[in-house]
Design a protein around this ligand. Structure first.
Ligand code: 3HC
Ligand code: NAI
Length: 683
């Protein structure tokens, strides 16, 4: 059957697309839309047209799998021009998500009606692109440049209600009566002159007040740093006010093609599919019966336990949280409440929702309260003996069939599981701090973890809004394991004479939000410090003894002013040089190029070791971990994709060049070497 069909309802022709899963606008759909419009225009008895989709959503965009392949059939732009040009009213009937090319379809229609739950948006920027079917030219003409900017440049979808407010949607119709309501709406417009988006005049706001573009750049500068597509989006929206529609469309096309052929968009499209691939567990049937999770237990109400609990409370799942002492319990639950209240103050939650979430929490000092939990997550101190004790205790209390998880950062999950009589129900659920905010979740698959336990955890992750990746049992799993060589190289480099601020700047320039020394200053150098100013065994000890304990004391590696701006310190550079001398390390000048290679190539190598040991299912999973957990810049696609773009032979040559300097722990991955020799890529 064709993916696009037409139905007659009296004098209204309804064009219906059905292209699961998301009605992407592939070649067949575009052709179907053109055919439908021609049918309507060629038949005098048709007086109005409705464009609608079956299935879960209105068109959610161009078909991303077609990108980079030779174009087939009518382009979306051509199809939409045809749709807009006629004199019979065309109405888009929107449910689900009208995104990207889908939103452009809606814009080319003369009217748009939507159900209350619908969302509309132009998320192309998240794929390193701008809309390419005149979205940047039609949208500002309909809603104004000011309202168009965030949609084009940030790319978050807006609700039907908001779309109605800004004039993108003409009418909100019944949630369950979209098809009929759209036909009635179309019929009500018969005989009236059709409003064409390309002829709209709302874009004049940007001409009258051109400062809105700079203001927008300034307001979002930090968030957009390093990305190419947002600036192209701003230029395209601006052009919509300055140029004729036809010239504006040409300008959009130019910018679109530049982005489409660049590396950023390739990287971001890779990431789009990587995130979705990460959900899949290769050797487990996705339809396996899941363990129902109706009640969750959390052990430890510290930094992580509190944040972890909030994920479930926010998703409406009751949580029992257990601590050793009443004061720790009160402190922990107090912090959770404060966090929720802050969210409410920012308008992202109602007071009622705060009470609802907190109402689902049962604080306790008694492990017996875990008895009927379906999942218990341990977040106590990072110590194997304590963790084993806790798991042995849980084993005796928690009902059979429940999942027992550890939030350990580094420890061996199999050893933890061995403290129970049911290791198949044990796994790691490694949240990142702050656990209620950070998107990443590493799901650590133990040697004996059962398939349903793993799949249940994967599905649950999605329910609480996390991006989950499966990792095997090895120290630090995927993320922290790859962080280690980078940290080691950073320390080695400053001992060998690299400026510590150059080390930070290299990572900053690469696109990380922060370098390791800035990070230390932010976290506080005295975390885990022995607190004896006489005992000086490391640079850190020396700095703490000088009362340079980080931003909180106004100085750490850097000096800080009132506004927390950093300045490199000669004193600190001297401390480092003295340490190097004591250790017999000769200092030399080190280029930023060497710094970059020594920080990043060993990470790629570690990623390759993780793959060759089977600790990660696929290279793209590693990219998902680093982008979501450690601020690796999205526009490079993650460490493994980035290595592919650098060329694996170049990575290997770089590692060999630095040889002994990488340290005695360094071990070249065979997989990396083999792939480089064969001219292959990870992704
Ligand atoms: N093209 C091809 N495949 C797509 C797709 C698209 N635009 N959007 C989603 N898919 C696929 C996914 O890869 C996934 O495949 P899988 O099941 O094999 O893994 C499947 O559809 C379901 O997707 P999700 O798992 O993401 O489903 P959700 O229900 O969680 O989310 C969604 C649905 C909100 C529509 C989400 O898929 C999404 O955000 N899609 C991308 C939207 C987008 O970026 N559109 C713009 C495209 S660029 C464009 O339109 C250019 C134009 O201006 C010319
Ligand atoms: P924390 O020290 O803030 O909290 C631990 C809490 O556990 C304390 O409140 C303590 O009173 C309680 N506790 C200790 N033993 C207990 C027991 N037997 N029964 C009940 N409660 C007990 O530690 P944090 O940072 O929350 O770390 C917890 C775990 O999470 C560790 O394994 C850590 O490695 C891991 N982790 C930490 C991250 C971080 O950034 N802090 C990130 C990811 C994982």
């Amino acid at each position: 059957m064709s993916v696009v069909t037409t139905e007659r309802h009296g004098d209204v022709l309804v064009i219906v697309s059905d292209n699961p899963p998301v009605n992407a606008l592939g070649a067949a759909v575009r052709q179907g839309l053109v055919d439908g419009v021609e049918e309507a225009l060629g038949d005098d008895s048709v007086k109005a047209v409705v464009v609608r989709c079956d299935g879960r959503t209105f068109h959610a965009g161009a078909d991303i799998t077609e990108f980079g392949k030779p174009p087939q059939g009518p382009s979306l732009g051509e199809a939409l021009d045809k749709m807009e040009a006629g004199d019979k009213p065309v109405v888009a009937a929107i449910h689900g998500t009208a995104l990207g090319g889908g939103c452009e379809v809606a814009l080319a229609c003369h009217y748009r009606v939507a159900v209350p739950s619908a969302k509309l948006g132009l998320p192309e920027v998240k794929l390193g692109l701008i809309p390419g079917a005149a979205g940047t030219q039609r949208l500002p003409r309909v809603v104004g440049a000011k309202a168009a900017l965030p949609m084009v440049v940030i790319g978050d979808p807006i609700s039907a209600k908001k779309a109605k407010e800004i004039g993108l949607v003409d009418e909100i119709v019944g949630e369950d009566t979209l098809a009929e309501d759209a036909i009635a709406f179309a019929r009500s417009k018969i005989g009236q002159p059709v409003p064409r988006s390309s002829e709209g005049t709302a874009n004049e706001d940007g001409v009258k007040d051109p400062s809105i573009f700079d203001e927008f750049r300034q307001k979002n500068g930090r968030r957009l740093r390093g990305f190419d597509a947002p600036e192209a989006g701003i230029q395209a929206v601006k052009a919509a006010g300055e140029m004729s529609y036809a010239d504006g469309v040409k300008k959009e096309r130019e910018l679109f093609m530049q982005l489409m052929t660049g590396t950023q968009s390739a990287a971001m499209r890779h990431y789009f599919f990587a995130e979705r691939a990460a959900n899949k567990i290769d050797d487990i049937d996705p339809n396996i019966d899941l363990i129902p999770i109706r009640k969750v237990g959390v052990i430890g109400a510290g930094t992580m336990g509190g944040g972890i609990s909030m994920n479930f409370l926010s998703a409406g799942i009751p949580v029992t949280i257990v601590e050793m002492q009443q004061d720790a319990l009160d402190r922990g639950t107090g912090t959770m409440r404060k966090n929720y209240e802050r969210t409410a103050q920012r308008g992202r939650m109602t007071d009622e929702q705060v009470e609802q979430a907190m109402g689902l929490l049962t604080p306790s000092l008694d492990y017996a309260d875990f008895a009927d939990c379906d999942l218990v997550i341990e977040a106590v101190f990072e110590n194997m003996d304590i963790k084993k004790e806790v798991f042995a205790k849980l084993d005796g209390i928690v009902k059979q069939g429940a999942i027992l998880a550890s939030n350990t950062s580094y420890l061996n999950v199999d050893e933890i599981a061995s403290a129970t009589s049911r290791p198949e129900y044990v796994l790691g659920l490694h949240f990142f701090s702050p656990a209620n905010v950070m998107k990443l979740l590493e799901i650590v698959r133990g040697e004996k973890t059962a398939d349903d336990v793993l799949m249940t955890s994967m599905k649950l992750a999605k329910k609480i809004g996390k991006i989950a990746v499966v990792a095997g049992v090895c120290p630090g799993f995927i993320g922290n394991r790859m962080l280690s060589p980078r940290q080691q190289q950073a320390q080695k480099l400053i001992m060998e004479g690299a400026n510590y601020w150059d080390v930070d700047d290299v990572l900053l320039d690469f696109g990380f939000p922060m370098g390791p020394f800035q990070m230390s200053d932010l976290a506080g150098l005295d975390i885990g410090w022995h607190r004896d100013p006489e005992r000086i065994e490391s640079v850190r000890d020396a700095l703490c003894a000088m009362d340079r304990r980080g931003q909180k004391t106004g100085a750490g590696y850097y000096d800080y002013d009132e506004a927390r701006n950093r300045t490199p310190s000669d004193d600190v550079k001297k401390v480092i040089a003295e340490f190097a001398e004591k250790q017999g390390i000769e200092q030399r000048e080190i280029s930023k190029e060497e710094i970059k290679e020594r920080l990043l190539y060993p990470m790629v190598n570690e990623g390759a070791l993780i793959l060759e040991e089977g600790m990660s299912q696929r290279a793209s999973d590693i990219d998902v971990v680093w982008i979501n957990g450690y601020g690796w810049p999205l526009y490079t696609g993650g460490p493994m994709f980035w290595a592919d773009t650098v060329g694996l032979d170049n990575v290997v040559a770089g590692l060999e060049k630095h040889g002994d300097r990488l340290g005695e722990n360094f071990r070249m991955s065979k997989l990396l070497k083999d792939k480089a020799a064969a001219g292959e890529k990870f992704n």
